[in-house]
Design a protein around this ligand. Structure first.
Ligand SMILES: NC(=O)c1ccc[n+]([C@@H]2O[C@H](COP(=O)([O-])OP(=O)(O)OC[C@H]3O[C@@H](n4cnc5c(N)ncnc54)[C@H](OP(=O)(O)O)[C@@H]3O)[C@@H](O)[C@H]2O)c1
Length: 318
């Protein structure tokens, strides 16, 4: 694992862009509920001005209203569908007009890449250990279905969605007086040791030769193999296949980006197995526990790590 450890940033001599040098501005995607909403709450409690984003306006405004009651007045709403270019441009425009820069971006929005018969899944009472280890893979095949449509949605949210939003917001993050933090919420399904094919593990793990183009090509190969019913034969992970590769490629993208922007803090994190909608409430941890890693990485001090994968709050192997 090659993480970058920064030296201290000489913030006092930096040119200050945007409204107020002492303020910190953050965006959290997919923040109307679950881990994202809790991440917003924690960042706002820490004094950060947070732009809570959600694809659905009503759900987003309701979430902001629930935080303002606490009271957390330093939370504002802006619509963001990470799959929609226009929505990204609109957010970028909003932040540059209102704040003039961005300090923290948390890529939290996620899609599971499957459709599920929830009643049957609940009736199976799968224990968390076999779920997490992937041993439950065969048992759940009948109730958890991957289709071309759910795969496209998943990849376009968890991998291309992160790229879309990151590319849009990077110019504003580069103006940050705090170095600019990017936190991408990944999953333990991303971990390379879970991919049966040694070739795919090598390609995704070789940080010396990885490029964005190479990662995109791996995604294309996955989609090709899915279409031709060749996932298992070609050694892709069969436990939530689209979700697993979306997060593995997200991690690889994180590493490429961290190399390209050595003055920024760019990391990804598995939040834990958290009780939320995305896993049909099979998770065992609370959202308070699940948001800890994202919040820690969003508020890293000078000299913190970059290009790393964290299992909650601890550095782990990609
Ligand atoms: N829960 C876990 O155990 C666990 C484990 C590993 C990783 N994660 C990751 O943690 C992150 C947060 O998930 P969660 O557990 O908090 O699940 P969640 O409660 O289901 O939240 C997912 C969020 O993503 C949003 N979203 C989905 N597609 C979007 C799009 N196109 N544009 C914008 N927002 C979109 C959802 O919005 P809507 O309400 O509009 O659908 C929702 O706000 C995800 O990246 C997930 O993969 C979770």
């Amino acid at each position: 694992m090659v993480c970058i450890q920064h030296g201290s940033a000489a913030t006092s001599t930096m040119l200050v862009h945007g409204k107020d040098a002492n303020e910190r501005y953050a965006v959290v995607t997919g923040a109307n509920k679950g881990i994202g909403l809790e991440t917003v709450r924690r960042l706002a409690l820490a004094g950060v001005t947070v732009i809570l984003t959600a694809r659905d306006e009503k759900r987003g405004y309701d979430a902001v209203a629930s935080l303002r009651q606490l009271p957390l007045p330093n939370v504002v709403f802006h619509q963001l569908d990470v799959r929609d270019d226009k929505s990204v441009y609109s957010l970028v425009d909003f932040i540059s007009q209102k704040f003039g820069r961005l300090d923290i971006m948390v890529n939290n929005a996620g899609a599971s890449g499957v459709t599920v018969d929830e009643d049957s899944l609940r009736a199976m009472k799968i224990d968390p250990t076999s779920w997490l280890s992937g041993q439950a893979m065969n048992a759940v095949q009948g109730v958890i279905k991957t289709s071309y449509h759910t795969t496209k949605e998943c990849l376009d949210t968890n991998y291309y969605g992160v790229k879309r939003v990151t590319q849009g917001l990077l110019p504003l993050l580069e103006l940050s007086t705090y170095g600019g933090m990017i936190v991408s919420v990944s999953s333990l399904r991303s971990e390379l040791r879970r991919i049966p094919s040694e070739q795919i593990r090598k390609e995704l793990g070789d940080i010396e030769t990885l490029t964005e183009q190479k990662i995109d090509k791996i995604v294309d190969r996955f989609v090709h193999d899915l279409k031709h019913d060749m996932l298992e034969a070609n050694g892709w992970s069969m436990m939530l296949p689209a979700y697993s590769i979306s997060k593995a490629t997200l991690n690889a993208y994180t590493r490429v980006l961290a190399k390209k922007y050595p003055n920024m803090y760019i990391n990804c994190v598995h939040p834990g197995y958290v009780d939320t909608d995305i896993n049909w409430h099979t998770g065992t941890m609370t959202v308070e526990e699940g948001a800890k890693g994202s919040v820690m990485l969003a508020l890293l001090p000078d000299g913190g790590p970059s290009g790393c994968y964290f299992d909650r709050t601890e550095v782990a192997e990609f």
